[in-house]
Design a protein around this ligand. Structure first.
Ligand code: SF4
Length: 298
């Protein structure tokens, strides 16, 4: 007689995937979600999103330097190389600037954002535990949550602080909940993967030099999980019915797909016969991820 076999932990089948930006898309406008996630329509780069990408890259690399060398001048010196790195990876960003004067003004605005960072924090006194960390978890029903956290700090007590840099403006009080949704998403994934609720969520708005802080608790994160599961149910229903309705708002002004949107007299492309699988961009597609986040979540 064969000995009983030990139960094997099989990976959960993944039925769908959400990142904070994709969840934000659906909450903002279901048709926008369809265009980006199901039709996978390309998005033109914008100078603001590209600046966000480069500034994030500089702030990540700044912490490769010895603590005492993390000065504003050192950060500004990283701007040029990071811009060249992005140009090599995504040559289409070259088309953003009509001439050298525009590029120079853009680089100056990026330096101002870096100055905004240094006004908020002294990087010589910090040693982040993680930078640009991919976090993911598959919930029991098979929904995968995945995102990239700008920075995680760990205190000697073990307490975690989740930090996200924003190159857009700080939201008014009425919109703080929306801004914090992305951070609660990350906190939920970290809680589900490590068993520890992060002590602090910190959004740093480099443009207007403001910081938004929030201490989540388990009830917050359970509510976020319920919200994401309900959101995924709505995505699945819309997919079955092939019905992703437009939800016009002032954000339409930033939408790349107005010409295909019925709210602006357009017609969406035919619904794809095969809906793409639940992949979410991985870190090597960082620039695209950030560009999307800048547009969708800021
Ligand atoms: S233009 Fe507005 S309503 Fe239409 S898809 Fe874009 S965000 Fe949605």
């Amino acid at each position: 007689m064969n000995a009983p076999t030990a139960p094997v932990d099989l990976p959960l089948p993944v039925v769908g995937s959400l990142s904070p930006s994709r969840a934000g898309d659906f909450m903002t406008c279901p048709l926008l979600f369809r265009f980006r996630t199901i039709d996978r329509l390309p998005q033109a780069p914008s100078s603001a999103a590209t600046r966000g990408t480069v500034v994030h890259a500089v702030l990540e690399r700044l912490y490769d330097l010895p603590a005492a060398s993390r000065t504003l001048d050192a950060a500004c010196a990283l701007l040029g190389p990071e811009w060249e790195r992005l140009r090599a990876a995504e040559p289409e960003v070259d088309g953003l600037f009509a001439d050298d004067a525009e590029l120079t003004a853009w680089l100056r605005s990026a330096r101002e954002l870096l100055a905004g960072y240094f006004a908020l924090e002294d990087p010589t006194r910090l040693e982040p535990a993680e930078r640009e960390r991919l976090v993911e978890v598959v919930l029991p029903g098979g929904l995968r949550l995945r995102g990239i956290v700008d920075r995680v700090d760990r205190a000697p007590t073990g307490d975690l602080r989740v930090v996200d840099y924003k190159t857009g403006r700080a939201p008014g009080e009425a919109f703080e909940g929306k801004a914090l949704f992305q951070m609660k998403f990350y906190a939920l994934v970290l809680w589900r993967t490590t068993g520890t609720v992060p002590r602090l969520l910190q959004l740093m708005y480099l443009g207007d030099r403001e910081v938004l802080r929030y201490s989540p608790d388990e009830a917050d994160l359970l509510a976020t999980e319920r919200k994401l599961l309900a959101l995924w149910d709505a995505v699945e229903r819309a997919t079955q019915l092939r019905e992703f309705r437009p939800r016009p708002s002032k954000l339409c002004g930033w939408c790349d797909h107005q010409s295909l949107c019925p709210s602006f007299g357009g017609t969406p492309p035919p619904f794809p016969e095969v809906v793409p699988g639940p992949e979410v961009p991985l870190p090597h597609q960082r620039a695209a991820v950030l560009a999307a986040q800048e547009r969708a979540v800021d």
